[in-house]
Design a protein around this ligand. Sequence first.
Ligand code: SDX
Length: 435
Amino acid sequence: MTEKSGKTFELTDKDAGRSAQLPLRKGTLGSAALDIAGLNKDLGVFTYDPGFGATAATESRITYIDGDAGVLLYRGYPIEQLAEKSSFMEVAYLLLIGELPTAKQLEEFTGNIRYHTMINESLLRFFNYFHHNAHPMAMVSGVVASMAAFYHDTMDIHNPRHREIFAHRIIAKIPTIAAAAHKHSLGQPFVYPRNDLDYAANVLSMLFAVPCEAYKVDPIAARALDLLFVLHADHEQNASTSTVRLAGSTGANPYAAISAGVSALWGPAHGGANEAVLSMLEQIGTVDNIPKYLAMAKDKSSHFRLMGFGHRVYKNFDPRAKIIREMCHKVLAQLGRSDNPLLELAQRLEEVALKDPYFVERKLYPNVDFYSGVIYSAIGIPRSMFTVMFAIARTVGWVAHWQEMIADPSMRIGRPRQLYTGPVQREYVDIKKRG
Ligand code: SDX
């Protein structure tokens, strides 16, 4: 392959006497991308990249990750600055609109979210018919998809105002749906959202309040949850965001696309890892057992993985993991739980793993899920709800990517090709003549 004029690569098949011109598309940051759209037509071949490790599926202006440097930018703003200075509602506005809001814009946006938090009473009754021990992610994905049965009036995906109303509705209602799933699991009455509380405080109130006594939101827990929402809000073309884009590319209604994203996030290799980390830490139990479990993590036949470790893109520290680790100390100290055994075990596990050649050679570092469960636990959120918390935050990123895609006039249905390795054509054999 030779590079021509700095802008186009030429790929030549000398035997076939064919060549393809591959224009080089450059972004504002990160790797440029070879445009291979004409490759199959010009050269009769596909590219092969299972897992999409080296494939840019789209162009996007929302989030940028430098995996080697451990950098994460939301619309160009470093996650460390947003974590320290911003709020989830402000970050939601930034991801959706592309700029930080003025005070007036933020107040209006926050108001739009605040006054859409209730869900239709018929939708609330759906929860009565789930099995009592249904996993909350199963309930959330089902009820989110069912929102399409309630909002026919604003589902014209080519109408910008409908897209804006959808964004406000789903961001406002996903916490109410999440909390209702939790209350159903407990057999407790649903708690309605309160307009006097901010977003994260409302989540805590709907999760933990009960009708028989006044509930006071712990400001430390609310701030910690708001910060976790900021850190989980978006992350480029991760599996669940790519799922939302692919589902949305068919023209399916946005609630169906978001529900598909919830389902994809549930997997333990993705957002389900935060729940799996806590189970793993409990399985390890004590610091003395760390060597045994590290050995299992390195033994492929064990099928045991160090949950919360490793990342497709980060080959350095996940900046979110660093922020959450610091947060653990602060929040646990503020809550008077500094001697949290889970945190001590997690830190020791990190120390030992980061000195082990297996993890060092493979550049396996703690990711966003490694410490988040320690904080969720400390503020009283049950393990089964950890991934639901992730889904609440990532709904903002899913909506931002869905809107970016639908608003793009060049959008086409996503339809990957394959390398076929099955049987060549053969004739049908009557069952009487089969062996
Ligand atoms: C999230 O994409 C995103 O941005 C996701 C996310 C987001 O915000 O949306 O950041 C959120 O999903 C974080 C990741 C949460 N998942 C986990 O913590 C589960 C544990 N981690 C792994 O399963 C794994 O690291 C992945 C899924 C995160 C990444 O998988 P890759 O990129 O496909 O890497 P791989 O499986 O090819 O692993 C490369 C090597 C392999 O060994 P070799 O074949 O080279 O000998 O590293 C090994 C793997 O066996 N490896 C691990 C490991 N992770 C990778 N070995 C032990 N423990 C691990 N956790």
